[in-house]
Design a protein around this ligand. Structure first.
Ligand code: NAP
Length: 245
């Protein structure tokens, strides 16, 4: 029986790389996205042409009814979800807290944390019934160290860390593992705004002297989601090139 992974925010960046990694490992892949329909469809086509069962689902993870509909469709198409990767997330351009609007604050929390709550709560009954499942939450180094001009983003990513640890204790007895990947600075659309000077500053502060690649984060996500991590739960793995040690 093939395993199924549900990856939120998988049309591009880290989520798309995770979709490819799980597909190579033999999983059926449910690709969630918000608006980038063509990118999601192109990824699904690529996976299907490689012989993998995959499908794309447009849904806003911050909306509970859209999440419930998405999961019902995934279960109809691919069967029960064995691994949930809570990857969908947004960052707001660098802004001092004093200048934050309440609307932006709420949006970051709705997507980055409430979205994770919605998807996790939706999959738990099925995983509990099967007494088997893995959840991998995507945080950030800023959720560990805090990041200036990224206070709400950092606060959500810190909450991802504590949500991971709390839930791991709660659902471990149900056969469900919950872990977290907290990436460093990765070369995706989220960091497209970085100037050459800003990149140089990051390289200088990073022992490995470069940004990370989405594929490198995907490997960490795949490991924690797979049975290769069968005795690992409640842990935070931070692939960051040594930026945070
Ligand atoms: P990205 O390239 O900006 O891609 C974001 C993905 O999330 C896209 O697939 C997007 O869908 C989806 N998305 C956004 N809002 C959504 C919503 N409300 N509902 C469903 N999907 C939504 O981001 P990334 O750099 O790959 O980051 C992925 C995760 O890693 C995020 O949680 C981010 O915070 C975290 N992270 C990133 C870095 C980094 O340096 N890049 C570092 C640490 C942690 P559409 O394509 O349809 O818009």
């Amino acid at each position: 029986m093939k395993r199924t992974v549900w990856i939120t925010g998988a049309s591009r960046g880290i989520g798309a790389a995770a979709a490819r990694a799980f597909a190579r490992d033999g999983y059926q892949v449910a690709v969630n996205y918000l608006t980038q329909h063509e990118a999601a469809q192109a990824l699904v086509q690529e996976l299907c042409e490689a012989g993998v069962r995959a499908a794309a689902y447009s849904a806003d993870v911050s909306d509970r009814s859209q999440v419930d509909q998405m999961l019902a469709q995934i279960e109809a198409d691919l069967g029960g979800v064995d691994v949930l990767v809570n990857n969908a997330g947004i960052a707001i351009p660098l802004t001092r807290l004093v200048d934050y609007t309440e609307e932006k604050w709420d949006r970051v929390f709705r997507v980055n944390i409430k979205g994770m709550f919605h998807c996790t709560q939706a999959v738990l009954p099925g995983m509990t019934a099967r007494h088997h499942g893995a959840i991998v939450n995507v945080s950030s180094i800023w959720g560990i160290t805090g990041g200036p001009e990224e206070v709400p983003y950092s606060a959500t990513k810190g909450a991802v860390v504590t949500m991971t640890r709390s839930l791991a204790k709660e659902v471990g007895p149900d056969g469900i593992r919950v872990n977290c990947v907290a990436p460093g600075i990765i070369d995706t659309d989220m960091n497209a705004w970085l100037t050459p000077e800003a990149r140089e500053t990051i390289y200088a502060a990073t022992p490995l002297r470069r940004l990370g690649r989405a594929e490198e984060i995907a490997e960490a996500i795949l490991f924690l989601g797979s049975d290769r991590a069968s005795f690992i739960t409640g842990q935070i793995l931070s692939p960051n090139g040594g930026y945070v040690i």
